[in-house]
Design a protein around this ligand. Sequence first.
Ligand code: CA
Ligand code: CA
Length: 123
Amino acid sequence: MTISPADATPPRIVTAAFSATFDDKVTFRFSENVAASLSVGDFEVSRLGRERFSPARLRLTYDQRTNRAILTFASPTGSGELASGLYRLVLKSTGVTDGAGNRLDGDGNGTAGGNLVMYFRKG
Ligand SMILES: [Ca+2]
Ligand SMILES: [Ca+2]
């Protein structure tokens, strides 16, 4: 009989990047499937010195074939375009796990836990 080893590897973020091509969006690629746990509530987005986005203004899609998540933004005008400025995004590891319950290694230091913090500028 075959005993599968338990998954003890925390998921990590392979890439995270802002793009203003077409709709403004931030694309994340994960090392494994975190779809079941990932939601807009795991993100904190703010325009520095101006505003903090409520989860209601965030939209999330997840492609389970590529483990790619795309975060987009709802504006009061419905355009999806961000106002110009410097943005800070935090992906909190506390609510993000793989299928075995390992917490996201958000800060990429090789151990479970820690948040991803990234800054991007909308010109
Ligand atoms: Ca894992
Ligand atoms: Ca970590």
